[in-house]
Design a binder for this molecule. Structure first.
Ligand code: SF4
Ligand code: SF4
Length: 248
């Protein structure tokens, strides 16, 4: 069976070989609607909560929703954003429960959750796990750019003490000279710098400016929690008729 025109194996990143538990994790996630699954070694990553490995869950946002974003979010996009986050949280919970049942201590990290102490960072940086498994890179918009789907993905993670047979093949490339998201951002929040491994999101985007713009300009749509312009405009999302430059 193919998913998005690809064989299942082409949408699993970061493994040299898979055991029965790994295969069951992938089966569960694809059955629940995941578009890709990644496995990465996060033993040296800050914020790993003491776990050695990350299972990245990627969900492809629907083109039919994102095409409606023309310079500003829509009610349909806000609903999609929330329901996809809930679906990802359910997938992360299910995988973590399964891994725990097999003897591997594991926790699910929510798709989108921040705290009053740090409103701009979650419990673990999903895009770090997604990059380390080789599924894509981080763009000038500070979003994860998937090899397969560009910026039109949302992520969740499961951190676990299971040992995987990692392939450690990173995705090459960056945004090059493209500055489409910088020019499209209605808040002027994107600096236009290529990501360098280790960069915090604040190096790429003025997150306070982005958040303030959403809260003031889109208060009528989900109380200012979403925007989506830098997802929809990115040529790697392949929504606006640009000739997308593919990642290697
Ligand atoms: S979400 Fe909107 S305001 Fe924030 S960086 Fe992207 S385009 Fe700019
Ligand atoms: S719009 Fe261009 S610069 Fe921005 S993230 Fe996409 S490829 Fe990178």
């Amino acid at each position: 069976m193919k998913l998005y025109g690809k064989a299942r194996e082409q949408l699993i990143y970061g493994l040299s070989s898979a055991d029965a538990v790994d295969n069951r994790v992938c089966d569960m996630l694809f059955e629940c609607g995941a578009a890709f699954v990644g496995f990465s070694d996060v033993s040296d990553v800050n914020g790993n909560h003491g776990y050695r490995a990350c299972v990245t869950i990627g969900f492809k946002l629907f083109d039919g929703i994102l095409k409606g974003i023309a310079g500003a979010p829509t009610y349909e996009y806000f609903h999609h954003y929330r329901t996809v986050n809930a679906a990802l949280d359910g997938m992360a919970l299910r995988v973590a429960a399964y891994l725990n049942s097999q003897g591997f201590e594991s926790i699910g990290i929510p798709a989108s959750q921040s705290s009053d102490r740090d409103p701009f960072h979650g419990a673990f940086a999903h895009k770090t796990g997604a990059r380390l498994c080789g599924a894509g890179v981080i763009g000038k918009n500070a979003l994860f750019l998937s090899r397969d789907f560009g910026a039109k993905v949302r992520l969740a993670s499961v951190l676990t003490d299971k040992a995987f047979d990692f392939s450690r093949a990173l995705c090459d490339g960056d945004c090059g000279d493209c500055d489409i998201c910088k020019r499209a951002c209605p808040a002027g929040a994107i600096y236009g710098k290529n990501y360098v491994p280790g960069d915090d999101v604040s190096v790429l985007v003025d997150v306070a400016k982005c958040s303030a713009h959403m809260k003031s300009a889109y208060r009528d749509i989900g109380r200012g929690a979403v925007c989506g312009v830098c997802i929809a405009e990115c040529p790697r999302s392949n929504l606006k008729g640009y000739a997308a430059s593919l990642l290697n």
